[in-house]
Design a protein around this ligand. Structure first.
Ligand SMILES: Nc1ncnc2c1ncn2[C@@H]1O[C@H](COP(=O)(O)OP(=O)(O)O)[C@@H](O)[C@H]1O
Ligand SMILES: [Mg+2]
Length: 341
């Protein structure tokens, strides 16, 4: 059946590609940071299981790599149920979901990643599924077409998106809980690294090497785990296997991340704003055009971190580098840009 390819049932959370080496946290108490989210989920889960109801539909938004998929699996695990995973672009028509929806047991989780890319037809199809746990089938065609309503078992829909702004108000309002994930603090990333290193059997000779990695991870668990693996490889090949502060520093240099954790796209964005627009204010569309990037990509992937790092400000006139952003970007062309080209 076609839905088999579109929707996969994930029972083993550790199978997911992101978790190569370091298994994803499986329970809520293993999930580091995001204290407000954990508290909200803890309450929702407890209340739901007390009433033997499924948990309310949950919408997670925020930049990639912060733990949206992980949370969806944690909810399923905490509910002792299965997570069925699909994504907005994989669903082209309502019927794609029929197989999964009718197979789901009470309390199961349907996880739709990139839910902002759900086609309008599918979106309308899932409204009654979300609200009343029912869907309409059309049997036969033409003159003899009949619509049959099918009652579903109560389930939890979890939607994840990097672009909450693109969701229709109608869809957004059908989620009982909506939460925005924040970038992680250095301490949280440090804890994530410490646990991952233990689970992966990686030796770090000091907390300093760990903080070095955490500081360059752009507040993002996925990046810190990736850097940990790169640093481990480097230490195995160039050193004795143990990650020393020195080896970590060299490995990170090779990876091209600067000490603020900015990646090449962040740096190009700041360079354009600094050099072409003299630090701003400049409109997002103008910056995007100069960079040859999609403005949505910049808004979702680049700006949130620069804003939170205090390098960028959004003013009514447009995007503007802050004092520290200017300093970082070497704003005046005469003083020479600090960025490598
Ligand atoms: N709070 C957290 N604690 C520990 N590991 C985390 C946490 N959040 C994310 N991770 C890890 O980071 C990686 C990316 O998380 P993921 O859930 O795939 O992010 P997203 O779906 O938001 O892009 C995964 O390997 C996951 O295990
Ligand atoms: Mg994800």
């Amino acid at each position: 059946m076609s839905t088999e390819r579109i929707v996969t049932a994930e029972t083993h959370t550790s199978d997911l590609p992101d978790s190569i080496g370091a298994p994803r946290p499986r329970r809520l108490d293993e999930f580091v940071g995001q204290t407000q989210l954990c508290e909200r989920l803890g309450i929702a889960l407890k209340a739901a299981s007390g009433r033997s109801d499924p948990m309310e539909h949950l919408l997670l938004h925020g930049p990639p790599g912060l733990g949206k998929t992980t949370v969806a699996h944690i909810v399923a695990e905490e509910m002792n149920s299965h997570a069925y995973v699909t994504s907005g672009p994989a669903l082209t028509k309502g019927a794609d979901l029929v197989g999964t929806l009718t197979r789901m047991q009470p309390g199961d989780v349907l996880f739709i990643d990139e839910i902002h890319r759900l086609p309008a037809a599918v979106e309308e199809y899932i409204y009654p599924a979300m609200e009343d746990f029912k869907i309409d089938f059309t049997l036969d065609g033409g003159m003899h077409a009949r619509v049959v309503t099918y009652q579903l078992k109560p389930f939890t829909l979890i939607g994840a998106t990097t672009r909450a702004g693109l969701l229709t108000a109608a869809l957004r309002s059908r989620f009982g809980i909506a939460h925005r994930l924040d970038f992680y603090s250095q301490d949280d990333l440090d804890t994530i690294l410490e646990r991952a290193a233990t689970r992966m059997g990686i030796q770090l000779d000091s907390g300093e090497a760990r903080s070095l990695i955490a500081a360059r991870s752009r507040g993002t668990p996925r990046i810190c785990l990736r850097l940990l693996r790169r640093v481990r490889d480097f230490a195995e090949v160039r050193g004795e296997g143990t990650i020393t502060t020195e080896l970590a520093g060299e490995a990170l240099l090779l990876e091209g991340v600067d000490d603020g954790g900015l990646d090449p796209l962040d740096r190009s964005y700041m360079r354009v704003l600094a050099e072409t627009y003299e630090g701003g204010p400049a409109g997002l569309e103008a910056i995007a055009a100069t960079l040859g990037e999609d403005s949505g990509t910049l808004e979702d992937l680049v700006e949130p971190f620069l804003l939170q790092a205090g390098l960028l400000a959004r003013t009514r006139q447009g995007r503007q580098l802050t004092a520290s952003g200017r300093e970082r970007a070497g704003c005046k062309p005469s003083s020479g840009p600090l960025f490598d080209h």
